[in-house]
Design a protein around this ligand. Structure first.
Ligand code: EPZ
Length: 419
């Protein structure tokens, strides 16, 4: 599983280059199946989830290479339509292969994605939409989802909830559907706009991403060599801002899009940080002690991102005063707070709300990471805690952060990773 060993008390100081976005590159890797030509993706993060997605592409029949943050994918023909269970189980977001496989070869079998530490991860919105487009989706034995479609027909649909994954699956299925597909109430995340830009670069007529209505015109097969730059990871940027905030340090973040992290910038400012923004970078300077933030409610973009909830709670556990965090996106995303309490945090969780009473100090301890962002929160707490913190379950954190220990060590953290 691997462990991070952190010795706290060092205010971070220096410059960090933000990685390419995990949640942008994963749907784009799936979307590359729509192209018989070569997709060249630049600024890709080297993450476990990215390597699992590449493994799935290889099994399906794509030729891939991944060198120095550039991934090349060429899928001339589909050779396999069954995604091995162990890969689908390892990466919940493998469900994103439904749309492009139904579009390209009209069938796919994949194990139903399990829930994870942040709550059940239903796919009812994906299934309802794809069925409306003409897909037949049924559960075979042992939780295998069998999907096929004689033909996908474009149609207008309403998402009951602006699900990121469901929006992505519909967009990808629609590329080879007959006629026009309209998605009302889609997700508006920057990763949706990035997927739209990738599809446009492939020659797809698609517009409206980021608004309340996305329109995709179905078309004939695509075979073109193209190149695309993956956008910066807004959640890694937020995590590094929280690292500066919790250690009373000052960090200069390069390769960011300030507009994608507006709610995070405002939250950090509310907590007493000073932020100086440039076009593709920013400097965050923390106060000696953070101020409590009254109420934070996570919500779909452009609201405060659920993926920054654990890191923010960790940071506020040392603030002056009491903060409240309300998690409206996932059912069970406060599991990590039990680990923070082992370090001396004073947090009370009731349902979707957490009350964080700021304490003057946290103490190093042995803690276990069970999910990606909760694990990041534990590292942040370790950076500020007195003494040594061992964060077990590094494997969860490596799903979303490319060499986080090197990045933090380069700006003054005392952190190592052991296998
Ligand atoms: C994406 O997950 C991200 N993952 C998540 O990031 C992120 O937290 C989430 O969007 C919300 O922003 C990737 O992009 C790979 P959803 P996704 O479908 O697509 C419910 C991280 O840490 N729902 O928008 O799975 C669902 O249960 C990860 O990087 C249904 O009810 O998120 C949840 O409560 C964690 N039925 C809510 O919607 C469905 O069919 C949001 O889910 C689908 C979703």
């Amino acid at each position: 599983m691997g462990k991070f060993i952190v010795r706290g008390g060092h205010p971070l100081n220096g410059s960090v280059k933000i990685q390419g976005s995990k949640n942008a590159v994963l749907p784009i890797l799936a979307a590359s199946l729509l192209n018989k030509g070569t997709c060249k993706l630049n600024n890709c993060p080297n993450l476990r989830d990215v390597n699992v997605a590449i493994e799935i592409l290889n099994i399906i029949g794509a030729e891939t290479s991944f060198t120095d943050h550039t991934i090349r994918i060429t899928c001339k023909e589909i050779k396999e339509t069954v995604v091995p269970n162990h890969l689908a189980a390892e990466m919940r977001s493998s469900i994103i292969f439904l749309g492009p496989m139904l579009a390209r070869c009209k069938e796919i079998s994949i194990s139903y994605p399990g829930g994870c530490e942040i709550g059940p991860r239903p796919i009812d919105l994906h299934i309802k939409a794809l069925k409306k487009m003409g897909a037949e989706i049924f559960f075979a034995n042992e939780g295998i989802l069998r999907c096929r479609a004689n033909e996908l027909i474009g149609c207008e649909m309403n998402l009951d909830y602006p699900s990121v994954g469901a929006t992505e699956n519909i967009m990808l299925a629609a590329v080879y559907a007959k006629g026009r597909t309209i998605i009302n109430n889609p997700a508006k995340e920057p990763e949706i706009i990035s997927l739209q830009n990738f599809l446009k670069a492939m020659g797809v007529s698609v517009y409206g991403a980021g608004s309340g209505r996305i329109v995709i015109e179905g078309r004939e097969e695509i075979a073109c060599d193209m190149e695309f730059d993956i956008i910066p990871d807004r959640i890694e940027a937020g995590t590094m801002m929280a690292a500066a905030a919790i250690t009373g340090g000052e960090l200069y973040l390069q390769n960011i899009i300030p507009g994608h992290i507006r709610p995070i910038i405002l939250k950090m400012t509310e907590a007493g940080c000073h932020i100086q923004e440039e076009e593709d970078s920013l400097k965050v300077t923390a106060p000696k002690r953070l101020k409590a933030v009254d109420i934070t409610r996570t919500s779909p973009y452009p609201g405060f991102p659920t993926d920054m909830q654990p890191q923010t709670v960790a940071m506020l556990s040392l603030a002056q005063g009491t903060s409240i965090m309300i998690e409206t996106v996932f059912d069970n995303r406060f599991g990590y707070t039990e680990e923070l309490k082992k370090m001396g945090a004073d947090i009370f969780v009731e349902g979707r709300a957490a009350i964080i009473r700021g304490v003057p100090e946290l103490y190093g301890s042995y803690v276990k990471s069970k999910d990606l962002r909760g694990g990041a929160a534990l590292i942040l707490a370790g950076l500020a805690a007195k003494g040594e913190t061992i964060v077990d379950g590094a494997v969860h954190i490596e799903r979303g952060y490319d060499k986080i220990e090197d990045k933090l060590r380069n700006v003054g953290a005392d952190i190592i990773k052991i296998d």
